[in-house]
Write a protein that binds this ligand. Sequence first.
Ligand code: HEM
Length: 509
Amino acid sequence: MSLPLILTVSIIAFFLTYKLYQWLRFKLPPGPRPWPVVGNLYDIKPIRFRCFAEWAQVYGPIISVWFGSTLNVIVSNSELAREVLKEHDQQLADRHRSRSAAKFSRDGQDLIWADYGPHYVKVRKVCTLELFSPKRLEALRPIREDEVSAMVESIFLDCTNPESLGKTLQVRIYLGAVAFNNITRLAFGKRFVNSDGIMDEQGHEFKAIVSNGLKLGASLAMAEHIPWLRWMFPLEEEAFAKHGARRDRLTRAIMEEHTLARQKSGGAKQHFVDALLTLQDKYDLSEDTIIGLLWDMITAGMDTTAISVEWAMAELIRNPRVQKKAQEELDRVIGFERVMSETDFSNLPYLQSVAKEALRLHPPTPLMLPHRANANVKIGGYDIPKGSNVHVNVWAVARDPAVWKDPEEFRPERFLEEDVDMKGHDFRLLPFGAGRRVCPGAQLGINLVTSMLGHLLHHFCWTTAEGVKAEEIDLLENPGLVAYMRTPLQAIATPRLPSHLYKRVAADM
Ligand code: HEM
């Protein structure tokens, strides 16, 4: 036998023996039988959270799924979610970093990909006390209201254009623009798109970096799970280095612009980039951390809000009774002489329930982000060995008939009958997760989603195209970490307010 062959056989034998040892030593949760080397990778259907929910029906609410040689444990009911996110929160608060995530985050120098430890606690404190403080959220409200009014104006122009009368609009385009402009203004203090919809050079560079990042991340997906096969998929070191340099160059240029503007005006603005630069010494933040944090906000805060509103609109079109009831509330509280503002939320309980019901049935991150065990833990009476990944299937938890009446029905009234928290205190409803790693942008996300929905409903009636039945709207998701609708929602918008209320109210900040 040649040396390479002996080596390969020995590595495989060692690996199999180690796995066998693990199997025998621990009482692991049940699950589909794994294949050698690949585990269950080839059995997992593309829409993972639906596949895991199906397996939970067969094996129970806590299951083992092997991604190659990595154990992934998925829990699918509220009691187990509580065990993961409350009772054993600290031992399950690390992150699994794929090789691309490790590269992008400079080995967890940011927040999303940082393990739980002193760095994480420090950066989380910056988020809680500084970036997402109620004061800053309020100070940034004009940006959100500007972007929502820009969305209303652009839908109005398109749906009243004589050439497109009676034609459907692709709702996602308008929602995506709000999410994009809102997050880039919030994080970078920049609107890359002018009022005619033309994107500037930095905007194009920004978009190219985001899509290149996605491409690089996806290119490694399979090799990630089988470490000893990685030599077949060499990390594109050069591509990663180039990507990182490009991202840093753009971010540094923007940081520089803000520093100069601060020196000129003598005061700091509210955007995250200004906040982080002025707090750099106080919290001892490295440049890598500042850049990482800014990009975390883009990654985590852009798609999630647009996805939530698209699903909510699909449900409102499928359920005209709910749409009408939300509009009646808006007409009663706001009337026909002014537009809604975030300060009206407290008088719009039904609208808030619509947003909550949409996040219950369609959480944009149905499996949250995986947590990693930093110690051996017991969940539901089973062993979770150190190093395993733990996912909470918040999509399945929120549809569990044991804790929800008629779970598949879109019925916002359920939240008027019972006040259910959705920011991590009630383990039946976890669109933002819970515990140490709960989404720091939850309130911002809720405000933006509710505001977009309120404006869309107050300003327009929404229906399907002539001849298309509402029940025909495709309610399946696209595969991926975030759950976009598989078929982008197409709908007809009909204005319902006086035309002077459809103008963008631009905020210069
Ligand atoms: C509807 C909107 C949103 C939803 C449903 C959502 C949901 C989530 C979920 C489920 C997690 C993972 C929690 C965990 O790992 O346990 C998360 C993490 C995170 N989210 Fe959000 N999010 C939303 C909007 C936002 C916004 C607007 C921002 C910022 C601008 C944001 C920033 C973050 C960050 C930085 C993390 C990582 C936290 C950590 O690792 O400790 N999110 N989000």
